[in-house]
Each structure stands twice: as C-alpha cells, then as structure tokens.
Design a protein around this ligand. Structure first.
Ligand code: AMP
Ligand code: GLY
Length: 428
C-alpha cells in the first residue's frame, strides 16, 4: 500500500511513526510534513499544494489511501475533490466537516438530533447581541462567548465578569484590531464538570472506539497563561469507565452518525467528541472536531496494536472492525515549545536553535534540518513531545518526564504538571 498523509505537526509525525511499522505499507508521502519525518525511511516529503494537485499526485502515484490530519483541508472540501475521481480518502465531506468548521451549524445539528449540549443563543446583529448579554445572568452563572468559524482556539471566552463579556463581544464582532472576527456570535451556558475528548473511527453508522484523552490547553502550570493548541495530554484507562462510555456511545456517537446520515452527509473519518462530564456522570458535547487531535494523537497511537493503515482501508471498503485493538494502558504525552509560544500579538518565536534529543519516545513537530550540522533546529511553536505508556498514569507520567529531561534546546518550555491532577485537571 502507498499512503498520502496531509499535515505537518506532531500528530502527523505520530501517524508516520505508526504507519512506517506496517509491512503492507511501502511508501508514505507527506504534504507538507516536516524535515524530521525523513528519519523514517518510507517517507517522502511533498510541497504544500492545492487539493486538486494532491489529487493528481494520488492518481499518478498509485496512492491507496489518503489520510488528512488537520481540519482546514477537510472544511475546504478535499474529501469531495478526491472522491469525484473515485480515490480512497479517509475524512468527512465538506458539508459534514461543518460540524467543526461552524460552531452554529454544529449546535443546530445537536439541537435537531437531541444530542446533549449546553443551551445557546445566536446573534448576527451586534446591538441585539448587546441586549442579549444585558439579560444574561453572567455574574451568577457565567457565560461562554464563541465566534463562529475556525479561530485556532482563540474564538472562545468563558467568563463570569460582565465587563470582560462586553469587551469580548465587541472584539469578536466589531474591533478591527482583533484577529478573531465573526458576523455571527454564540452565547452558551457554562457546562460544569470534567472535560474529556473521546475518539472514534467512523463510516456511515459503523464506528470503532479509539480511546479518550484529556488535554492541557493553557501554556503554564496550574492552567495559567494563554490558551494554546495543547501542551500535553493523558489517557487514563480507568476513566471514562464502561458505563460512561456506553452513555457516550448511545447519547452522542450513534445519534451523531444517524443525524449525519439523515441529513444526507453520511460521516466518514475520525470523529473527536469534546465532552464535559457532569457530577451525575452524564456527558455533554462541548464541540466536535472532524479529525484527530494534536497532541491527543501522539498520546493514543502508541496504545493501538495492529496495522492502522490496513485497518482504515478495510474499514472504508468493507466496514471490517477487526485487526486493531486499544491497549488497556495509560499514556502520557508532554509537549515542548519554543521560547515565546504561543506568540500573542505576533511576538516572534525564539527559533533556529539546535535540538539535542534521542529518538526514543519522541514525536517531532516544529523542526527543520540544522543548516550547519546533522540534526534539527526548532522552527515552530510546538517543537516536539515525548510519550510514554504504562499500567498507570503515574508510571507513564514519570517516564514521559524522564524522556523530556534528556531533550534540550535554547528557549525550550514545557509544563511540569501534565497528568498530575487526573480528572478535572483541564477544566479551567
Ligand atoms: P471550543 O473551541 O468550543 O472547544 O471551546 C474551547 C474550550 O472552552 C473548551 O475546551 C472548554 O474548556 C471551554 N468551553 C467551551 N464551551 C463551554 C461550555 N459550554 N461550558 C464550559 N466550558 C466550555
Ligand atoms: N488538542 C486539541 C485539538 O487538536 O483540537
């Protein structure tokens, strides 16, 4: 089999690591990838290019399966473009990708299909939104304000402070100096509880559970500092437990797949369910993502046993769900970033420094070849991460930090409390 993989981060590095081990897979082309991926002999890097050009490449190079890492190509319709020519690609259609691409689309979808989520109001007029805010019990219950559309994690504010809520609304709808801009705005009730992300491989009404992970989104220890793409993750095999997973399947996963089918946008691809679990152990959807997470993928792929590429191909073609299994173990992944990350107000990152590392347990992300000698220098915000798996979260945590301590580069930063607090750690 020949694979085409789209993306360039740590998530895609984990895919390459996993797929490289499969005997059936001969070649893995990655667009655009990063220099570090060439440490795997099956990998060839391709330039970043349009979906049409990638499709032509897939046709000319006998690609058997295309896997898409990030959301942007999916929301732009790469799956529809490949499927027009009968190519095998794993991901949702442009329409179904709106479950991530438009928060309002996804909230309306959940409402229509009876999927538990926070109640909400939408506004496409600033004055009406200001009035809506005036009537909202912000001080007692808090409010979540969301800009519609993809905003790279910057389009959501949760607050109990009225003045912050008013400023956020003005920023998202009016202020030309703020990069997040949206004509439509969403107010949501604050969901209390513990946050967890649950992953499934889906096609039509068929699905395969890929595990769960808890992300740490703030840049600093104890959930302080600005939001990031994710500073580290853990999977606890004992939570969500079986009874909670059953509720998630019955109340969220199945109605989601049925709803997509009923709306003529049968879902294919990875589904990332961002959930809040309340004190009654009931799950609510915070968000859908139509892909795997970064760094959740680096946490979960080391727990998967069996050939993932072949599994996806057979799953797409025949709905087969044998040959892959999730180890009943814990996993912890820690991200190391460049100095200056997450680079607010376009402050420059501290880049170009030599990275000292051993390959064991390391996934590379924002790296490029060192122009002066062998090895790599840091070239992006999230530079690399370490993953360890073990029987318990504490054991995996200890090992992941041991691996991290063997790595160094100038300006390097990582959190010291990943997976420390277990449940609830990430509900800031
Ligand atoms: P989103 O981009 O919708 O995932 O929101 C980003 C983060 O904001 C989530 O991971 C949650 O931590 C938080 N959040 C979003 N919506 C809610 C909500 N209704 N209640 C509580 N927290 C929320
Ligand atoms: N780590 C969160 C995400 O990939 O969306």
């Amino acid at each position: 089999m020949n694979i085409l993989l789209i993306g360039s981060g740590g998530r895609e590095d984990a895919f390459v690591w996993k797929l490289s081990k499969e005997e059936e897979i001969k070649k893995i082309y990655v667009s655009p990838g990063h220099d570090g991926m060439t440490r795997f002999s099956k990998v060839t890097l391709l330039p970043d290019q349009s979906a049409e050009d990638l499709k032509d490449f897939a046709k000319d190079n006998a690609i058997d399966l295309t896997i898409v890492g990030p959301e942007a190509p999916l929301t732009q319709g790469i799956v529809d473009i490949f499927q027009e020519d009968g190519l095998r690609i794993f991901g949702p259609s442009k329409r179904a990708a709106q479950l991530e691409g438009s928060k309002i689309f996804s909230k309306n979808f959940m409402k229509k299909n009876g999927i538990p989520t926070a109640s909400f109001e939408t506004y496409d007029n600033y004055q009406l939104a200001v009035e809506g805010l005036a009537n909202w019990p912000i001080e007692s219950e808090g409010i979540v304000i969301k800009a519609d559309g993809l905003a790279g994690g910057k389009g959501v504010v949760v607050t109990k402070n009225r003045s912050e809520a008013e400023h956020t609304l003005h920023d998202f709808m009016i202020n030309p100096e703020i990069s997040v801009k949206s004509d439509t705005i969403l107010f949501e009730k604050v969901l209390p509880g513990d946050e967890v992300s649950v992953f499934a491989l889906c096609k039509g009404l068929d699905s395969f559970y890929l595990g769960s992970a808890c992300d740490h989104k703030r840049v600093g220890d104890n959930d302080t500092g600005p939001n990031t793409g994710g500073m580290g993750c853990f999977r606890d095999p004992s939570w969500p437990d079986k009874s909670l997973l059953k509720k998630i399947e019955e109340r969220i996963l199945r109605p989601t797949l049925k709803g997509c089918m009923a709306d003529g946008m049968a879902y294919s691809g990875f589904l990332f369910m961002g959930l809040m679990i309340d004190e009654l152990n009931d799950p609510y959807v915070v968000e859908y993502n139509v892909r795997l997470g970064d760094p959740e993928t680096q946490t979960l792929l080391p727990l998967l046993e069996g050939p993932l590429g072949l599994f996806i191909k057979e799953f797409i073609d025949n709905g087969t769900t044998s040959g892959l299994s999730l180890k009943d173990e814990a996993s912890v992944h820690i991200v190391a970033t460049s100095g200056g990350y997450p680079s607010l107000d376009n402050n420059p990152l501290d880049l170009g420094h030599k990275i000292n590392f051993k390959e064991e347990g390391v996934f590379l992300a924002g790296v490029k070849k060192n122009p002066d000698e062998d090895g790599y220098v840091n070239s992006g915000g999230r530079v690399l991460g370490t993953t360890a798996t073990a029987k318990t979260v504490d054991q995996a945590r200890e090992r992941a930090y041991e691996l991290m301590k063997e790595i160094s580069f100038k300006g390097m930063h990582y959190r010291s409390d990943i997976a420390l607090k277990k449940r609830g750690a990430i509900n800031d």
